[in-house]
Design a protein around this ligand. Structure first.
Ligand SMILES: [Mn+2]
Length: 406
């Protein structure tokens, strides 16, 4: 029996306002091909299907097109749990229909823990796998709040709630596993204690200070394979080969440019799993080019010469004031498949920051205020400022509207 474990697709995620449908679509096509070609029996998707709780039509159509292809393949079962980015009710809405296609969607803790335990059958209709499918657990799902409790008490109750929930669901799974002598797989979407995050990999902290890291002893030793989602770097949990985060299949931001991404193939012989990393091809490379003007232009020229397409982030760190930095950068990639998504001028930002009063932080200023200070810094004449500010406001409005529509 061959399982494929993946998570954190974040369909609809944007980089500097550009939604990455193109490479997400190519990833899902590649994944469906892989599933067909390697005769995967069961696909596990461990949460964060979508990037937001209100994914656009295009994001949803990518998801359903993929499920449709997998349903038509030899893959017998798909199990999907919701992550912290997903809307449980949105994912759950078509679940009756999807169940007919042997696609099981689990999004909220059921009152009866047994409802989160799936017994999947083989081609002859005999049970072949038990799956404890636990979605991302929200505070309101499991914790009865008590009036007047402190932050620490709240946290302790939440962790105890998560622990009790896993205990109840796994107890049922273990009974079935022992009775039928078939493998037990558990799924979850959470931050397991000891897990690794990397700066800029886009993992959203679930609570202030990361207090809600879950100790790994909540997973009983009878679990033959643990398929987790939430952390975006592929990794073992507590060093165990059969407890894994598959990681996100696409680089989440420019800080991750060039990093290898993967899904996990898990082949069971009896109850023993053998896990193999399957590298995901890079469909639309990300490049971060930073330095003075000369470095930036020669870096771009090199990419153009290689003939590679991709998304580019430019960071200007030089001391000289460069007139028309943007024009020069865009001219350098004109007519190529390189798309510059952002040009940051750290020098201008540093100067604008120097104009800030003590105690201010960039994050706390709105875009218009930052823009106003840049105009001041550049010495733009007063009579031009009104028009420029209006144009800027119009751009902001368009961006926010695109965000809503997409
Ligand atoms: Mn995620």
């Amino acid at each position: 029996m061959l399982l494929l474990h993946t998570s954190d697709w974040h369909i609809g995620r944007a980089l500097y306002g550009r939604r990455r449908y193109r490479e997400t679509g190519r990833f899902l096509d590649w994944l469906a091909d892989w599933i067909e070609e390697h005769l995967v029996d069961v696909l596990l998707v461990a949460g964060d299907i979508f990037d937001t709780s209100t994914p656009g039509n295009r994001a949803q159509s990518l998801y359903y097109r993929f499920l449709c292809r997998v349903a038509a393949s030899a893959c017998r079962h798909v199990v999907v749990i919701s992550g912290n980015h997903d809307s449980p009710s949105l994912l759950a809405a078509p679940r009756e229909l999807l169940r007919e296609l042997r696609i099981h969607v689990i999004t909220a803790p059921a009152p009866d823990p047994a409802d989160q335990v799936l017994l999947l059958d083989d081609a002859e209709g005999r049970p072949e796998l038990v799956v404890c499918a636990v979605p991302y657990l929200r505070d309101r799902d499991i914790r009865r709040s008590a009036p007047g409790e402190s932050m620490a008490e709240k946290q302790a109750r939440l962790l105890e709630g998560i622990r009790a929930h896993y205990r109840a669901v796994c107890a049922h799974g273990i009974r079935l596993r022992n009775e039928l002598d078939i493998p037990l797989v558990a799924m979850g979407h959470l931050f397991a204690a000891g897990g690794q995050v990397v700066d800029g990999d886009g993992v959203r902290e679930l609570a202030v200070g990361g207090l809600d890291r879950v100790e790994t002893d909540i997973f009983p030793p009878e679990i033959d394979y643990l398929a987790l989602g939430h952390l975006h770097q592929a990794q073992r949990v507590g060093g165990a080969d059969n407890r894994r985060y598959s990681g996100a299949p696409l680089a989440m931001g420019f800080a991750e440019a060039g990093r290898e991404k993967s899904v996990l193939a898990v082949r069971f012989t009896g109850r023993r799993p053998a896990v193999q990393k399957v590298p995901v091809p890079c469909f639309r490379p990300l490049y971060r080019i930073s330095g003075d003007l000369e470095t930036i232009l020669s870096g771009l020229a090199e990419l153009v010469q290689q003939g590679e397409g991709g998304l580019v982030e430019v960071i200007y760190t030089g001391d000289a004031v460069v007139a028309g930095l943007g024009d020069q950068v865009f001219a350098a990639v004109d007519g190529t498949d390189l798309e510059v998504l952002s040009i940051r001028n750290t020098r201008a930002v540093a100067r604008a920051m120097a104009r800030m009063h003590s105690g201010e932080a960039l994050e706390e200023m709105d875009e218009e205020e930052v823009f106003r200070r840049l105009l001041e810094d550049r010495g733009v004449p007063e009579r031009q400022r009104g028009d420029l500010e209006n144009c800027f406001r119009e751009i902001l409005l368009t961006l926010h509207e695109q965000d809503r529509d997409a």
